[in-house]
Design a protein around this ligand. Sequence first.
Ligand code: FAD
Length: 390
Amino acid sequence: MRVSTGRAIQSDSRMFTVVVEGFGIGRQRQAERRFTVPFNQLQGLMQSIAQQGGRICAVLGADGAGGDTAAAAPAPAAPAPEAKAAPSKPAAVSHADVPVNLYKPKDPFIGTVAENYSLLAEGAIGRVNHITFDLKGGDPQLHYVEGQSIGIIPDGTDANGKPHKLRLYSIASTRHGDNLAGDTVSLCVRQLQYEKDGETINGVCSTFLCDIEPGAKVKITGPVGKEMLLPADEEANVIMLATGTGIAPMRTYLRRMFEPTEREKNGWHFRGKAWLFMGSPTTANLLYDDDFNRYQEQYPDNFRYTKAISREQQNASGGRMYIQDRVSENAEEIFSWIENPKTHVYMCGLRGMEPGIDEAMATAAAAKGLNWAELRPQLKKAERWHVETY
Ligand SMILES: Cc1cc2nc3c(=O)[nH]c(=O)nc-3n(C[C@H](O)[C@H](O)[C@H](O)COP(=O)(O)OP(=O)(O)OC[C@H]3O[C@@H](n4cnc5c(N)ncnc54)[C@H](O)[C@@H]3O)c2cc1C
């Protein structure tokens, strides 16, 4: 950014030109844009540009020479730049100090199960548990940040008599852990169960975890993953698309944003907007629903919670209500959020959710004259489109 320092002239009639990069979206994206405003609107303009993720390259006096930055100027109402915001790369996701592979499969950390309980209400389908491990005593201490995963190596051996391989699980607790002491990690695990040749097959690791008793020792690796990190910006907007246990990273984000004790502890005071789309087969299968309802009541201006309950709700065509139907219903607003470069989208859950979401986004983009196939890679490159499906 080039901001020159000319002689200050305290006159409202003096005009300044602000040179900005990063406005526009898709094909409308513009490399450079100039806004000329009087001195008394300069600071407001700069704030507005910053909020929309534009990069200020220079502030020039209207004569073309460098003008003053408006750091000391009054802050009038911002004349919002009319251009649409670009999928420009915000200096938002902090990858610094993110721990990776503190423990590897050959020498895993041995954690102790602190608790293991069902997350499902009566009448739910299947089995989903919240499992917390005590991480005390490691050297180095096993720590992590929101959006990462850990590996679990289940006890026992596979069909060839070899030790089982690790399975990854998204971390469902914030870096402070559910007890805020910074020495636990929690997971949200669905037991894999399917029928084959008339026989019920139970997944090895998910069954091991759902059955595990407090006090048991477990081999843990990691942490891993930088795809799902939260932006550092307290004014970021976060759209979350989750199905089933894909809620795990979203729970960490939402606790970090809205759980009072967590906010006190983390010193990160989220002021942006968060919107969770949660897909579930039944109401009884909704995970952490009470917490999210509470956040919505406490922070109605900052948090929206939209549920798609496939076996209980109907979409516009009378079929089952899936998460992509909710995306379609809210497409206009989702895209107006996405046009703001401070908006990040996170998707997590079973891999099968991706085509439906993609289709809904493509239709919504087309309605705005945008090409989703072009826009999505741009958002990805700008580190604003985060996907972890399995
Ligand atoms: C980054 C990441 C994060 C993850 N986070 C979570 C999480 O938060 N919570 C969670 O519960 N899981 C999560 N998983 C999935 C998890 O890693 C395991 O894959 C899952 O628990 C199943 O492991 P398992 O050992 O129980 O099953 P396995 O015993 O390994 O069985 C899995 C195998 O069974 C077969 N199979 C599965 N379904 C069928 C079917 N219907 N018909 C026939 N064969 C089938 C397939 O061959 C499959 O590879 C995550 C995965 C990744 C990669």
